[in-house]
Design a protein around this ligand. Sequence first.
Ligand SMILES: [Zn+2]
Length: 369
Amino acid sequence: MTSPASLPDVAQLLPDLHQLVEIESPSGDAQAISRVMDVVEGWARALGAEVENLAGGTRSFQFGEQQRPALILTHADTVWPQGTLEGMPFRVEGDRVYGPGTYDMKAGIVSAIHALRALHASGGWPLGGIRLLITPDEEIGSHSSRAHIEAAARQARAVLVVEPPVADTHALKTGRKGVGSFVLTLHGVASHAGNKPEEGASAIAEAARLIPAIHALAQPEAGTTVSVGLIRGGSAVNVIPARCTLEVDVRVSTLAEGERVTASMQALTSSDPRVRLELGGGLNRPPFERGPQTLALYARAQALAGSLGFQLSEAVVGGGSDGNFTAPLSPTLDGLGAPGDGAHATHEHVRLDRWPQHVALLTELLREV
Ligand SMILES: [Zn+2]
């Protein structure tokens, strides 16, 4: 038995969070994201990390020997554009710290660094070592980082994702829905709406016929949701519309449901042979299914939380993360970042009264997995 870990002091966590939040890093701003990574790299090097720059802007920091390391997943990008800090400054109010990207997930990065510092200070790295990956594009689908994340997960003995816990709780994430989006473009035939309507084929009319069929693919009892969230079409009110585009949000709890919805989308047909259908997109993040390996990791986390004096819970959530990519490849536990609320919202904040407990939990988990 290790002795009960001491909790880190908020006064040590806050300056590091402040430093990261003051560097605004929206997805797509490669220079800003790289500045965030430079700060993290400095912290990692001070702990003796080996650094690797991967294609597309992901960085990897390796601590200790790398024999099936425990993998910590973080992302440096936020949903907030440059200039957000002006109206939404970094500020502490009572036991909350506010600011863009605090909860999702700059405090999670700070949690990981402080857990690593605690391990380093107490005698070194666990057997097999630890690897920390920081990616630039989680908020926009992880297109440049997915291959690196999957390669690292294949070599890892466990994956700990420091996305935040469920809002305003101590709940870790033991499953996430798979997320996809389809773009259905209908190509009809334009014609004068008054003079020669019979020569046109309306892409909008066909889209209207297809929307109920698309929504009928939802199966709420199986966890499948389907929603046409964006529609664009037509060129002028007096023209039979030659083009209409539907964008469809899809969430699934199982891979089988993802395959069913994909096959059904591909099987959609037009009732008018003059309207051609073109389907793009698909399932971007596979479902992170709540499996036995994840639950075994969760059970250890729950026991550790008990010894640290707080009660953990778990939840399966609708939003995706990079944990969706790793769960099929390696035991994955998500939501190990900083507790708080308001992801992607102006009241985004971290709870300072709860954060130290979660840093200690991450530290102890890294010691054990
Ligand atoms: Zn996030």
